[in-house]
Design a protein. Structure first.
Length: 135
């Protein structure tokens, strides 16, 4: 099977992502982080950008026990056009970190953003029923 140029491009992105993941699994975290950053930048027009950032959150949070760095990557993710459920999950995580840090201003701002998204998702959840009932 011969892939188009775009298909080859996506295949290379996946291969580079898998290489980064293998380095992290082998304990070569710095190499893996650098490789994930490369994937994020080099393939910024693909799904692999988001996937690299999601992976960086996990590496910083779980492997390196660095919530500050994980939150910095979450903020990068929030700049991307994410779906509402993904955005909500990241906002909630940032809010938890802000609560732990005692940053009242950030907690208020993040709580407002969370409430707006929860309201929008609630409206979407009930939309079919309201439409059927004429409301």
């Amino acid at each position: 099977l011969r892939l188009s140029r775009r298909g080859e491009y996506l295949r290379r992105a996946e291969e580079e992502f898998n290489t980064a993941a293998a380095w992290i699994q082998r304990g070569e975290t710095d190499k893996g982080i650098a490789a994930l950053r490369k994937v994020q930048e080099k393939y910024s027009d693909t799904y692999w950008r988001e996937e690299a950032l999601y992976s960086l959150v996990g590496v910083y949070e779980l492997d390196l026990k660095s919530p500050t760095q994980a939150d910095a990557v979450r903020r990068e993710l929030l700049k991307l056009p994410l779906d509402d459920l993904t955005r909500l999950a990241h906002l909630r995580s940032l809010r938890v970190t802000s609560i732990r840090a005692g940053d009242a201003a950030a907690v208020r701002r993040l709580t407002e953003e969370v409430q707006v998204l929860e309201q929008r998702l609630g409206d979407l959840r009930h939309w079919p029923l309201r439409r059927y009932r004429g409301g």
